[in-house]
Design a protein around this ligand. Structure first.
Ligand SMILES: *[C@@H]1O[C@H](CO)[C@@H](O)[C@H](O)[C@H]1NC(C)=O
Ligand SMILES: *[C@@H]1O[C@H](CO)[C@@H](O)[C@H](O)[C@H]1NC(C)=O
Length: 366
């Protein structure tokens, strides 16, 4: 009979188990349980036995980052960092973190600036390559756990620092800059082996920048995959949505040349959605007027587009909104989507104080 080396070892392991386990099994005392547990634990220390742990998500001991439960050698071999244990001690929680120049090829990987958590002050062009963890990956999600770059200056296109993603299946997403901590993005990857990458450019020495971005790979048939062309995707019953670089502080500004869709997953038993604004200034002078505008005559350059429909299917409202105020409303048009559009002109003459928006959505039962 031919036995592979590993199955021989497995047979030996089962043997050791059976030999040490059976006398204990007949005893019912607590003490015996403990002894058996500690003998089982000893199995891990037999050097030629190799255990396979299933690669599930685990929490790192030091800071609750997400890692992948792996064998200690596999973790080291793949460039991960051991941070706590998992699978009852048979595996290590393996956290993948990459600095500039690094390549992402594992499911959950954190991208940080060099010297993180110390900030960067230099002029630099930091690049990360994004490779699929396996051929069945269709999408990635980026969570900006921390993301502080220089914001737009006078002309307010991202003319200094930039965050750019290239290599998506469709058009590359909007370039962003400024403060985007708490924001996220979903990106569809091209089929086959795609060559996607992230570029983060820092352009002067005036400011501290830092970032920590969680990259999650999403399988083509995963229920957590966002519909394609949704740069942002929210799945809760209610929540806040805001434009990139939205910040309640004065002096911050909405970004120019934005063109993307925020999607909200319709929860079962829900048919409508209410939008209300905590803050809304998209066009005109955010300080001087409270004008609320809608429709495609008044809202041409900078606006949000929210398809509106009453519960009975009739439509009596325009779908573009701009100006400096927004009155809450309910729409039953599905899928729930908010399209964000700004042009390239966000300068001090035409749009001096526009900050973008921070809005709440709440789904409404059928
Ligand atoms: C990790 O999360 C747990 C539970 O939420 C919390 O009690 C603990 O303080 C966290 N640890 C760190 C290092 O953040
Ligand atoms: C990556 O990890 C996340 C979180 O655990 C999980 O939901 C997702 O399915 C994983 N992706 C793949 C391709 O295994």
């Amino acid at each position: 009979m031919r036995l592979s080396k590993s199955s021989t070892l497995l047979a030996m392991a089962l043997c050791i188990c059976a030999v040490s386990g059976s006398p204990m099994a007949s005893s019912q005392s607590q003490q015996a349980e403990e002894t058996r547990d500690s003998r089982l634990f000893d199995l891990k220390l037999i050097p030629f036995l190799k255990f396979t742990v299933s690669p599930t998500e685990c929490k790192a001991k030091s800071d609750n980052s997400s890692g992948i439960c792996s064998g200690a050698e596999d973790c080291k071999g793949a460039g991960g960092k051991e941070d706590g244990t998992c699978a009852n001690g048979y595996g290590v929680c393996c956290v993948y973190e990459k600095r500039c120049g690094g390549t992402v090829n594992k499911n959950i990987t954190y991208l940080v600036n060099d010297a993180y958590p110390e900030p960067v002050k230099d002029i630099d062009n930091c690049q990360y390559n994004i490779e699929k963890a396996n051929s069945d990956i269709c999408q990635i999600r980026l969570d900006f756990l921390a993301m502080t770059l220089k914001g737009p200056t006078e002309e307010t296109v991202c003319d200094k620092d930039t965050f750019t993603f290239v290599g998506t299946a469709g058009a590359n997403p909007t370039v962003i800059c400024g403060t985007n901590t708490g924001q996220h993005m979903y990106l569809d990857l091209a089929p086959g082996s795609s060559a996607a990458r992230i570029n983060i450019a820092t352009t002067d020495k005036e400011l501290d920048r830092s970032w920590r971005i969680k990259v999650t790979q999403i399988a083509c048939n995963s229920p957590s995959k966002a519909p394609s062309n949704c740069l942002q995707y929210y799945t809760d019953y209610s929540g806040m949505i805001s434009t990139f670089n939205y910040n309640s502080e004065s002096g911050t500004h909405q970004l120019a040349e934005q063109r993307y869709t925020i999607c909200i997953k319709t929860r079962e038993g829900f048919c409508g959605i209410r939008y209300s604004a905590d803050s809304f200034s998209l066009s005109g002078d955010g300080d001087l007027s409270d004008a609320e505008k809608s429709g495609d005559v008044d809202c041409v350059a900078d606006y949000v587009l929210i398809p509106s429909m009453n519960k009975d299917g009739t439509v009596d409202k325009k779908d573009r909104f701009c100006g400096n105020a927004f009155t809450e409303f309910v729409t039953y048009s599905q899928p729930f989507e908010v399209r964000v559009v700004t042009d390239g002109l966000e300068d001090s003459a035409t749009d001096p104080k526009n900050k973008g928006f921070s809005m709440r959505y709440t789904q409404i039962p059928c």
